[in-house]
Design a protein around this ligand. Structure first.
Ligand code: M6R
Length: 615
């Protein structure tokens, strides 16, 4: 999604802005722009580019004439939401007098109403964006005699929706002001320079002195200093951000792309995520959670909320929760939950699952759950993310930064942590026998090794994928624990290979979709030896009888199943509730191979962004 950076006090402003923008490129963008104050000529200089795939580089090209004497600047990568991805819609936007420039992430829901009023008052809008009104609101407030900070405060008081924004002022060229509501924004300091960014990746190469900003706080940045005021305009002490990642962790480590690097990092991601979750007696240890065992024991229902791959992890979690904690549990798509007038109360535990901790649909679902009085835990991969700050408790997957747009290592780490949490719930509620708990813990703690073993067959999985790279229609089938695996396999194929792929609970095919099965259709089935293996194989027979080509995820050495299908993806067997962690691996590589063979960019699939911060 969109990215913001800004800095003041550097003697290399333009290069630093462009480098920071490049660090945000992985999030996806369609246009980019920079604004700085030209001190010699006393004007704001702004350049924007909508050159598809190269807009950031374009900002450094010879046709962009930048001033020499620059003290501060703001920059933006845009992912179009309101208005096409054009030059005129690219940020920064300026006011009528060109004395204020702004960059904005998020959506201003009441922008039409604000724009109508501003235009009636004589303002001229030069873009189709929802963002431009912010520059004009600040212009209006400055004209009424308010200070720079109070003008920004007056402007944001009129905004409905989510935003992170930064403002540059012609008449105070060393000042930047930034504010946020829901959308992420952090600030950073070095001795002489102050920085802001919507994403830690942009600032990590520069400084580790980073600070968080809460909703409706405003930060004023001047060379080497920041001043934060809260919603009541009181000066507050900056809150340092804990940063555990280093910059090299975000690089490719010699792999062709981030996705393969991250797939092969999965054993490590699992090990680090599971580290310390069970004590020496294999009892769950969730001390980091600020919700204590007594409160958890009283919960009478668990709802997992998430989007995309995180939702698939949530589905596995709901199954494990019912199995081990014997408590009603469900998983829901966050964007639907938010609008369905759910019935919840203080005894409902809501767990929001999000790699980024920023996905706006999940964030709003979290807020909706809190509004109903539910206790909320955020399970994310990003320390200090927006969701973790708003939830009652946080659980972290320690998978490291995930750069590939398609979630892989974070997805596996989510499942592992959620399964451990399900065991924990079962334990604190007295529902899980000590022996079953031990067995579960032993199997869960073995998953990093099993995934490592599965990755030993990576070349074989890739070969099977390449063999099917020309397919147009693929069905993914699974039952019970196999169904979320099928969903994840289908999502990976869709998002990476751009192949129509549908996932079904295998038993549901005969209720309609089976009419689509004919020779040429490929069916990928999760057929490891779970309790429903026989039922799954009966469904496989139905597919084969109608001419489908069947590819099956099977257990190593399972010749019986192998003899009944056309191609196999063999993985080590495990206890049923752990199988989603292991069985997804060949499907990731299957999708990777189909996508690569089709010439697709696996790290940046078309139309997708890593973090979806707009509704
Ligand atoms: O950061 P989140 O886990 O909240 O993101 C949720 C989805 O946007 C994400 O899982 C998406 O579906 C991925 N592209 C899947 O590979």
């Amino acid at each position: 999604m969109c990215g913001i950076v800004g800095l003041t006090g550097s003697n290399d402003t333009l290069n630093q802005l462009r480098t920071a923008l490049a660090a945000l490129e992985y999030r996806g963008y369609d246009s980019a722009g920079i604004a700085v104050v030209d001190r010699a000529k006393g004007r704001i200089i702004r350049h924007r580019s909508a050159l598809r795939g190269a807009a950031i580089a374009d900002l450094g090209s010879e046709r962009m004439i930048w001033p020499g004497d620059v003290s501060a600047g703001i920059a933006h990568t845009r992912w179009a939401t309101h208005g096409a991805p054009t030059h005129d819609n690219a940020h920064p936007h300026v006011d009528c007098r060109r004395e204020v420039a702004i960059v904005h992430n998020g959506i201003i829901e009441n922008h039409r109403e604000l724009s109508t009023r501003l235009v009636a008052a004589g303002h001229v809008m030069s873009s189709e964006t929802d963002s431009e009104v912010i520059a004009h609101l600040i212009e209006e407030a400055l004209a009424s005699g308010l200070s720079t900070r109070h003008s920004v405060r007056a402007a944001i008081a009129q905004l409905r929706g989510d935003f992170a924004l930064s403002v540059l002022f012609l008449h105070d060229p060393e000042l930047l002001i930034a504010a946020r509501r829901t959308s992420p924004l952090i600030v950073g300091l070095t001795e002489h320079t102050a920085y802001l960014a919507s994403d830690i990746a942009a600032l990590l190469p520069i400084t580790r002195e980073l600070y968080a900003l809460e909703d409706d706080e405003i930060v004023e940045l001047r060379p080497g200093t920041i001043l934060i005021t809260d919603a009541g305009d009181q000066v507050i002490t900056p809150r340092p951000l804990e940063v555990t990642w280093d910059v090299t962790a975000a690089q490719k480590d010699g792999y062709a792309d981030f996705m393969s690097k991250e797939i092969f990092e999965q054993p490590r991601a699992l090990r680090e995520t599971l580290l310390g979750r069970f004590d020496g007696s294999l009892r769950p240890d969730f001390e980091e959670l600020s919700i204590d065992a007594t409160a958890l024991a009283l919960v009478n229902r668990v709802i997992y909320l998430a989007c995309g791959s995180s939702y698939h992890a949530a589905l596995s979690a709901a199954l494990a929760t019912e199995q081990f904690a014997r408590i009603p549990a469900s998983a829901e798509v966050a964007s639907e939950f938010r609008y369905r007038e759910a019935v919840l109360d203080q005894l409902t535990l809501v767990v929001v699952v999000s790699q980024s901790g920023e996905t706006v649909d999940t964030l709003h679902a979290l807020r909706e759950a809190k509004r109903h009085g539910a206790r909320v835990i955020a399970l994310t991969n990003v320390v200090d993310s927006v969701m973790t700050r708003e939830a009652d408790g946080a659980l972290y997957t320690h998978a490291g930064p995930e750069i590939g747009v398609a979630s892989t290592k974070c997805h596996l780490a989510q499942i592992a942590l959620l399964e451990a949490f399900a065991l924990h719930l079962g334990w604190v509620r007295g529902e899980v026998e000590e022996e079953l708990l031990r067995e579960g813990a032993i199997h869960l703690l073995a998953t990093p090794d099993l995934v490592e073993r599965a990755l030993g067959s990576a070349e074989r999985f890739l070969d099977v994928g390449r063999r099917f790279h020309e397919v147009d229609d693929v069905y993914f089938l699974g039952r019970r624990v196999g169904y979320p695996i099928a969903l994840e396999g289908a999502l990976k194929l869709k998002e990476l290979a751009y192949v129509r792929a549908e996932a079904y609970p295998a038993g549901e095919m005969k209720h309609g979709p089976i009419s689509l099965i004919e020779p040429g259709v490929v069916v990928v089935v999760v057929a490891t030896r779970t309790s429903l293996w026989e039922k799954v194989m009966a469904n496989v027979e139905e597919m084969r009888a109608r001419g489908a080509t069947v590819v099956a995820v099977i257990e190593e050495g399972d010749h019986e199943t192998a003899a009944l299908v056309d191609a196999t993806l063999e993985v080590p067997g495990t206890m049923e509730f752990c199988s989603p962690i292991v069985d997804v691996v060949p499907l990731q590589l299957f999708a990777y191979a189909v996508a690569s063979a089709r010439g697709n960019d696996v790290d940046r699939p078309r139309n997708l962004a890593k973090v979806v911060t707009v509704e």
